[in-house]
Design a binder for this molecule. Structure first.
Ligand code: PMP
Length: 405
């Protein structure tokens, strides 16, 4: 297998869109990735051939929908190298997955307990734990980063102790692209018997993940950042833990028997999946993952590294531009500020040239405060981006600089 970026681009209909007569240069992949035709087809096919509710198989359509829906769960289990399909819970996204764990396990926190997160969290992996700690009277500890946006490993280790009940961190920072050494972070947390959640929202689309080898207890990601639809996510967790906390939502699907006065809960994974799920989205997520798994991962990684290396080199040579975050230990993201103007102006003027980036605090407001910037302009890359698009970004930024002068 080899990596042909043009062959990949052809599978994404949106990439041939024009913006005001100019080709779309889509560099907002950390916010959400575009969808290949097979994923779009999976949604259309479900609604046009077997739309039906799942797990209530009194007829052919329900059987077919259930097979596709549960087949997608098998795909995720294989993709993450889970021990069992029961470890894969469908959620509405990373945010919901983390909320389920923080609300569930949060009920077991006591005063004196500590939860450790990092200074680079997305709000989804910060506020969840912050609020769980507040409810329990537990302490939230924050592992510091250096000025380059990299976790300070000694300080992280020093914050771990016998009171640390839970540790949560991102695989990759969405705001800066920092790639964390998650295997070693997990091992250090395990040495004090803490439970560990990895926020995989930004890591998942950049290479294979093996949750058994990582040794974490929970791993969360969103389908929409992995070429799948919005509104679907995955919580992977160890079965004994997923079964250990009170159910988070009650209703249909998640019960084994119900009387007027009482109810018994279903087994995993259904125990944590109340109500009719996002069936089309789940089926399309399975398709997206199978599409992704068929790619040559080494070639993909080399392509993404070349995009980032070119962007970094051009950014370093660009007068009046400063990269926010490390030039090393990074994946897929170039976050920057410019003397010429506010990030919002940069984003607006790039959009006029057909170039889509994101600006602002990237749902990491405390991190922006820590780095002393109100926000950044962020270009984020995916497998279908080209070196020519990186050049287009910098040609666009040169124009922006002139316009703002
Ligand atoms: N964590 C990280 C690191 C993210 O980048 C995001 C999405 N920007 C989330 C969590 C939340 O994902 P979602 O909005 O899909 O629930």
């Amino acid at each position: 297998m080899s990596f042909d970026v043009n062959a990949i681009r052809e599978q994404f209909p949106i990439l041939s869109r024009q913006i005001d007569g100019q080709p779309l240069v889509y560099l907002d992949n950390a916010a959400t990735t575009q969808k290949p035709q097979c994923v779009i087809d999976a949604i259309v096919n479900y609604y046009s051939t077997c739309n039906s509710n799942v797990h209530r198989g009194a007829h052919r359509l329900a059987d077919e929908a259930t097979r596709l829906y549960e087949g997608a769960r098998d795909t995720v289990a294989e993709f993450l190298q889970a021990n069992a399909r029961e470890e894969v819970i469908w959620t509405g996204g990373t945010t919901e997955a983390i909320n389920i764990v923080a609300n569930g396990l949060g009920q077991m926190l006591k005063p004196g307990d500590e939860v450790l997160v990092t200074e680079m969290e997305h709000h989804a992996n910060l506020i969840t734990w912050q609020q769980a700690c507040k409810r329990a009277g537990a302490s939230l500890k924050i592992a510091p980063i250096n000025d380059a946006g990299e976790l300070m490993l000694d300080a992280y280790e020093q914050l771990l102790n016998s009171n640390t009940k839970f540790v949560a961190f991102p695989q990759v920072s969405n705001a800066l692209g920092t790639l964390n050494p998650i295997k070693s972070l997990i091992a250090k947390a395990k040495a004090v018997n803490a439970l560990v959640l990895v926020d995989g929202a930004q890591g998942i689309a950049h290479g294979p993940v093996n949750v058994q080898e990582l040794g974490c207890d929970f791993y969360a990601f969103s389908a929409h950042k992995l070429f799948g639809p919005t509104g679907v996510g995955v919580l992977w967790g160890r079965q004994e833990l997923l079964a250990s906390w009170p159910v988070w939502q009650v209703g249909g699907e998640m019960i084994s028997s119900v009387s007027y006065q009482d109810a018994q809960w279903n087994v995993l994974p259904y125990r944590l999946e109340a109500g009719t799920p996002h069936i089309a989205g789940v089926i399309a997520t399975g398709e997206a993952i199978r599409w992704f798994m068929a790619l040559d991962m080494a070639a993909l990684a080399a392509h993404e590294a070349a995009l980032l290396a070119s962007a970094t080199e051009q950014a370093e040579a660009f007068e009046g531009l400063r990269i926010v975050g490390s030039a090393q230990q990074k994946m897929g993201v170039l976050s920057f500020v410019m003397d010429a103007g506010h990030p919002a102006d940069i984003g607006f003027l790039l959009d006029r040239q057909g170039i889509a980036i994101r600006t602002g605090h990237h749902c990491a407001e405390p991190l922006m405060g820590r780095l002393g910037v109100p926000g950044t302009a962020r270009a984020s890359f995916s497998i279908y981006n080209t070196l020519a698009e990186v050049d287009a970004l910098f040609a666009g930024l040169s124009k922006v600089k002139m316009m703002l002068a």
